[in-house]
Design a protein around this ligand. Structure first.
Ligand code: NAP
Length: 259
């Protein structure tokens, strides 16, 4: 299937590893030039080189913190144009609601809601002018099914989802789509650290908690990051122009509801 993306440019945030990397790799595989953003220069460069070697696409690494104004400006300045924006950032700390301060909440809002909105603000006008734009917000299955130890995720990501839903309707007429892609459990560093935290709370070993988590997934396995990347590339495709304001779970059937 040709996704109709050859020659387009994407800014993919928080993308030297894990889900962001997988989105960048899948888009590059479809002929998209990539601005690859993460903070740590060494891993970022290695990831950019790997994507270039595997796909032949131009990949511009930008070592920047996407949760800062300067980092966002550097990411956007590096792109010849932005046809696709994949919003992503590191997840907030796990913990008990009673232990978090107002500062913790403000940081979480900045990381997983406000930074994403600032990036959308930075790209949307030219997308409207070109009558093409695809924005994917990587959020979390916690948007549909809040997780006890992740209250700092539950709130900001739900807030982002609400704002994005309104924006998506405002810009749909210009062939600019905005969707949420909600990961369930993908085998990444972030997931492993969450599983460690859950194991501690439940007083079991990491391996026992891993087994328990996998049992809760209908597919009986963690997701492969490539599967997430491919879902992202499809949502960004030319043919997905009529899919907007949606929040799509990629969770191996873990969510028990129909809708
Ligand atoms: P990961 O494997 O730990 O990768 C995180 C990536 O983001 C790395 O490339 C990291 O590189 C970069 N990054 C982190 N903070 C950044 C910042 N402020 N600015 C720029 N780059 C930054 O994490 P992941 O599992 O892919 O998770 C990605 C997002 O999805 C997180 O928000 C996570 O909470 C959410 N999520 C993941 C899962 C899952 O199953 N994995 C499930 C639900 C939600 P540097 O550290 O070098 O910057």
């Amino acid at each position: 299937m040709d996704l109709g993306l050859k020659g387009k440019w994407a800014v993919v945030c928080a993308a030297s590893k894990g889900l962001g990397y997988a989105c960048a790799r899948a888009l590059a595989g479809e002929g998209v030039g990539i601005v690859l953003v993460a903070r740590t220069e060494s891993t970022l460069r290695a990831s950019a080189e790997r994507i270039h070697a595997e796909t032949g696409q131009r990949v511009i690494p930008v070592a920047a913190d996407i949760t800062t104004e300067q980092g966002r400006a550097e990411a956007l300045a590096a792109a010849p144009q932005v046809d696709i924006l994949v919003n992503n950032a590191g997840g907030p700390p796990t913990g008990d609601f009673l232990d978090f301060s107002r500062e913790d909440w403000l940081a979480a809002l900045n990381n997983n809601m406000l930074s994403h909105l600032e990036m959308i603000r930075g790209v949307i006008r030219p997308m409207v002018e070109r009558r093409f734009g695809r924005i994917v917000n990587i959020t979390s299955s916690a948007v549909k099914s809040p997780v006890e130890i992740l209250c700092l995720t539950n709130g900001p990501r739900a807030g982002l989802t609400g704002v994005a839903g309104g924006l998506a309707r405002q810009y749909a007429r210009y062939n600019v789509t905005i969707n949420g892609l909600l990961p369930g459990k993908f085998d990444t560093e972030r997931l492993r650290s969450n599983v460690r935290a859950r194991a501690e709370v439940r007083g079991v070993s990491f391996e026992q908690e891993t087994q328990h988590q996998i049992e809760l997934i209908a597919a009986k396995r963690y997701g492969r990051t490539e599967e997430f990347g491919q879902a992202c590339a499809f949502l960004c495709s030319a043919g997905a122009g009529y899919i907007t304001a949606q929040n799509i779970l990629v969770d191996g059937g873990a969510f028990p509801g129909l809708l």
